[in-house]
Design a protein around this ligand. Structure first.
Ligand code: FES
Length: 137
């Protein structure tokens, strides 16, 4: 076991974890942040995306020990109501770095987050509206 110290949604946690434990499992099973889902077992869907020190990462592709000392923001730290976690986290990361993205920059920023229900046009439009409204993630 390895001891890690991680800040999750503004709260500091000190826990002993197995070195092979994935960050997504740590967040869900140890910290209780079940709003971060596991959508696939191939690191392709992006559903598990969180912000790690302000950058979006797929938490199923990061070991919990790699998050030692990091500041993690999950969808529960960002959300106000129900939403699609990976897309929201990726959009927040994009708008933080680029408050006025072009359509192509939005599409590039959301790349790696798969949507099986709506197609992407309305998601891109939602990010454009958020940017136009001056939303600050
Ligand atoms: S669960 Fe699909 S990318 Fe992490």
């Amino acid at each position: 076991m390895t001891q890690i110290t991680v800040t999750v949604d503004g709260t500091s946690y000190v826990d002993d974890v197995e070195p092979r434990m994935l960050l997504v499992h740590y967040l869900r099973e140890v910290v209780g942040k079940t709003g971060t889902p596991i959508g696939c077992d191939t690191s392709n869907c992006g559903a598990c995306t969180v912000l790690m020190d302000g950058a979006s990462v797929k938490s199923c592709a990061v070991l919990a020990v790699q998050a030692n000392g990091a500041d993690i923001t999950t969808i529960e730290g960002l959300a106000n109501g129900d939403c699609t976690p990976g897309m929201i986290i990726a959009a927040a990361d994009l708008l933080r770095d680029n408050p006025h993205p072009s359509e192509q920059e939005i599409r590039d920023g959301l790349e790696g987050n798969l949507c099986r229900c709506t197609g992407y046009q309305n998601i891109v439009r939602a990010v454009q509206l958020a940017a136009e409204a001056g939303v600050k993630p």
